[in-house]
Structure formats: C-alpha cells, structure tokens
Design a protein around this ligand. Sequence first.
Ligand code: UT7
Length: 318
Amino acid sequence: MIQINSVASYLPKKIVTNDDLSKTLDTSHEWIYTRTGISSRHIAADDEFASDLALNAAKTALKKSNLDPKDLDAIIVTTITSDRRFPSVACKVQGKLGANKAFALDVNAACAGFIYGLAVADSMMKSMNLRNVLLIGSETLTKFVDWTDRSTCVLFGDGAGAFVLQNSTDNSRGIIATKLYSNGHEEKYNYLLAHSSLQKVDKNYVTMVGRSVFKYAIEYMAMSMTEILEENNMSIDDIDWIIPHQANKRILESMCKMKNFPIEKVIITTDTHANTSSASIPLALDDAITNRTVKKGDTLLFTALGAGLTWGSAIVRL
Ligand code: UT7
C-alpha cells in the first residue's frame, strides 16, 4: 500500500487578525468569526511565493522521514497560486532541493487539489513502482484577493503542507481509497483569471459567489464521503477523524448534520489557518498530529470541494 510516512507544514510568519482587518475594512471580528470560524490567518511576505512555502514544508517532511532529497522518485505539488504561469512549482522545489532523481509536476484542482494530488500520487506510485514521493499542497491566495472586497479577502490565508509517501509491502496502513468528481458547469461560482504571483495583472482577483459555493460544498462533500464509505463497505464508525478542506466552520457543521456524522470527529483549523485552499488538509493533519489528537494507526477521511467545481474524498489509515 502507499503509506503516509511523514507529515509536515509551513506557515508564513506574518499573522493578520480579524481586528487588524477591521481597521481598514467595513467588517468586524464578530461578523467574520460567526460566519466562518476564522479569527486570524498567516500571510506570505511580498517576496515569499508558493515554491518557498512548499520548500520549507518539504525539508521538514524529508527530515521527519530521515530521507535525502536524492531518495525521491517524484515531487507533486498541488497549487492554484504558482510563482509563475510556468514552469511548475514542483520543478522549482525539485531544483532547490537537489532531488536529482525525481520528476516533478503540479496538479490544479483548486481547493480540492490535495485529494486530487493524493489520487495522482497513489496511482502513479503503484503503476510506475515509485518508492518515495513528496506530495505538497502550497498556496498563496492572499496575493490574489482584492483587499478592498470584504466578502472575499477575509476568508483566505497562506501556507503549505507536505506528505512523504512510501510504497510499502505492509498492507495494514496506507491509502485505502480515493474518489474524485468534477462539474465544469459550475465554474462561474468561483474563479481567478490568473496570471502568476510574480507578475500580476490589474484587478486579477479571486471571484466567488459565496452562498452558492457554500451550498455546493455542504452537499457535494457530504455526498462524496457517503459514496466512498459505501464503496469500501465502511461506515462513519470505522473512521477516527474527518479531515476536511478548511473553508468555513459552518460548512463543516452543516455537512455533518446532513449525514448525521459526529462533529467531534472533525478536525477544524479554520480559526487560525483560514482557507488555505489545497494546503488546508495537510496543514490540518500536521496540526492534529502535533497536538496529539491524531495518532499513527488512526483511520482518516479526507474531503474537499473547490473551484471547477472539483471535489472528492479519500480514506487513509495513518
Ligand atoms: O474554498 C472553497 C470555496 N469557498 C468556500 O467554500 C466558501 C463558501 N462560502 C462561504 O463561506 C460564505 O458564503 C461566506 C463566508 C463567503 C459568506 O457568508 P454568508 O452567510 O453566505 O454571507 P453573504 O455573502 O450572504 O452576506 C451577508 C451580508 C451581506 O450584506 P447584506 O447584503 O445582507 O446587507 C454582505 O454584504 O454580509 C455582508 N458581508 C460582510 N459584512 C461584514 C459580506 N462580507 C462581510 C464582511 N464583514 N467581511
């Protein structure tokens, strides 16, 4: 099975609270916190890009796995905020790490990116017989928000999370299943006419119809979790922790209510991370491992929805 050997993350130093935002925007901590569960977010420096965040998370993950960059067979980065339009963030990380044996590619599935990346890594590792793969979610969405638009800018934060994945003959732990979905008819609800972080175009901002995305997120994440559990003859009782994309705490509460899933099983980091797009799942997992909530051997259910629309779920035994 393909196993998660180590988990690591990196958050930029600068922290911006809701109170900080309310000094320049017509908003309040009360509004932001009650609508989203967000109190603060980390924001990348002007000269800090997705590849820099990814590199930091990658180095820690390799250290935790006692691996040298030269042991890597591939580097997969999930991002929608690459430094440049091309080459990929993954290639940049590969070069900076000196991972000479590894090939590198980016995956773009917006906020569902990490689930997509996990599915891509799982199948490539099996079909190409790869031993060690670095999967990184790295995002700097705060470089693409309109800081005068209170309905979007308060929602996002920056960060990166990384997994070292290893191909193992031990079948007691690892990626049990992944399930992906897309619906391009719904692209109008959330998009970015992007250029790149390094060369921005005027009014190149994230656009989102919040209420519509909110409803889709609840319904589609709930549906994909139910389907993946059923297809694998499992129920929510077999799951120790749900680790969802962290867009909005209310979405997670409604999603659980819809399926009668216990909210106590959900890892929630919206409070201090905000929405870090495809980085949010590995960031949340690293946080939960660090504070000893999630332990080796636990069965995890990942789920996410993002622009596209894209969504999906994965079941992993840690
Ligand atoms: O990552 C995947 C993609 N994204 C998501 O999953 C996010 C999904 N959507 C959401 O999380 C929520 O829809 C939001 C948090 C974005 C918005 O919450 P809402 O309860 O849907 O609020 P709303 O957009 O319906 O706005 C309600 C009111 C409006 O005022 P009026 O028109 O009722 O007078 C907004 O102008 O709140 C106003 N508003 C604000 N007020 C204070 C919007 N943003 C703010 C703000 N501070 N920051």
